[in-house]
Design a protein around this ligand. Structure first.
Ligand code: SAM
Ligand code: SF4
Length: 335
């Protein structure tokens, strides 16, 4: 993919340059992960979500404003009909440097090769446990063996990078962190551990009780592995470590214990077309209204996006002991 020399035009009040957009192409999902959704979910009606053409148009606008990296996410992106064709179109945008995707892996066995062909360079695949029964408990509807086959297909397809994302909850899967890292080493893929964020109401656990910090995970891992901190800045919120004697990196995404807002370079486009300026705040601009207004030219839409940077908040504040302030679930946000 060619490198963009496009000037970066998205700059917020704190001087942060936004050159990374995460696009949720659906709020729907075939799983109901306990930290992400409640068991009983109502999803948005089709008319309320952006069409594939609207998503493509907005992706084009972002790249023309200096965005070099787009992550396609959801909900589960691969449950949306036409997702692969959309990825192919976004993957061909001339000014895009990198197209990446986050997936739960349930459709990867069939789709990995097509994603590779669509110019998707890296995949994040969610996997919180290697125990089939626990997997069922955590995802409510998922099957571990299908996701493991999906991971194998992704490895075979030869992406530039594959990373496992694992959300760790105390007493539910915290005792599996060593096994998950060993799995990543065996497969030669990276892994990131994520502290659960209080987004939307969940009905299966109390988030203050299940909180398990990145520091605790590192302490657990240090009993088995030699972790060396890497002073590398990537385009995401992870803090990375090398595991000595292996080729893999272990990342920690720590919204509670190590706030990463000062280097935030990203915004999110929700499935219903809200440009969300911060994961932990509700500041947003309605881009669906902007694209559906026939009076707006592409330049008008780009101006609305540029102006939106002025309301990007400085940081998120999460309090696990309070009811969540942010009522949207991660699936609606686009993780
Ligand atoms: N369905 C896809 C998947 O699960 O990978 C993509 C969307 S999912 C919302 C993106 C990421 O957000 C996943 O890695 C998931 O584990 C993570 N996630 C979901 N809810 C979360 C929460 N409340 N706190 C932290 N991470 C969360
Ligand atoms: Fe679906 Fe991903 Fe949320 Fe799990 S984390 S319910 S797979 S959107």
């Amino acid at each position: 993919m060619p490198h963009s020399n496009q000037p970066k035009q998205l700059i917020d009040r704190f001087g942060r340059v936004v050159d990374y957009v995460r696009i949720s192409i659906t709020d729907r999902c075939d799983f109901r992960c306990v930290y992400c959704m409640s068991e009983d979910m109502t999803f948005l009606p089709r008319t309320q979500i952006l069409s594939l053409e609207e998503i493509h148009l907005l992706a084009q606008c972002f790249t023309e404003l200096g965005v070099g990296k787009i992550r396609i996410t959801g909900g589960e992106p691969l449950v949306r009909r036409g997702a692969i064709e959309l990825l192919q179109k976004i993957g061909s945008l001339p000014l895009l440097n990198e197209l990446v995707m986050t997936t739960n892996g349930s459709h990867l066995e069939q789709s990995a090769e097509q994603l590779k062909q669509a110019n998707v360079s890296r995949l994040n695949i969610s996997l919180d446990t290697l125990d089939a029964q626990k997997f069922k408990e955590l995802t409510r509807t998922g099957k571990l063996n299908i996701v493991l086959k999906g991971i194998e297909s992704a490895i075979k397809a030869g992406f530039k990078g594959i990373k496992i994302n694992a959300v760790i909850l105390k007493h539910r899967n915290h005792h599996e962190v060593v096994d998950l890292v060993q799995f990543a080493i065996d497969k030669s893929i990276d892994i990131s551990f994520i502290e659960e964020m209080p987004l939307g109401l969940v009905d299966s656990h109390n988030r203050a009780v299940t909180y398990y910090s990145s520091d605790q995970i590192r302490t657990d891992l240090a009993k088995q592995f030699d972790l060396q901190h890497i002073n590398e800045t990537t385009a995401g919120p992870s803090d990375y470590y090398h595991i000595q004697g292996s080729a893999i990196k272990v990342g920690f995404i720590s919204p509670h214990s190590h706030n990463f807002c000062s280097t935030c370079n990203r915004v999110r486009l929700t499935a219903e077309g809200r440009l969300l300026l911060c994961l932990g705040n509700e500041h947003s601009v309605d881009l669906k209204a902007a694209v559906r207004n026939p009076a707006n030219t592409i330049d008008d839409i780009k101006k609305i996006i540029i102006d939106a940077m002025q309301i990007k908040p400085e940081k998120h504040e999460f309090d696990l002991n309070e009811q969540p302030i942010i009522m949207r679930h991660m699936s609606a946000t686009g993780g």
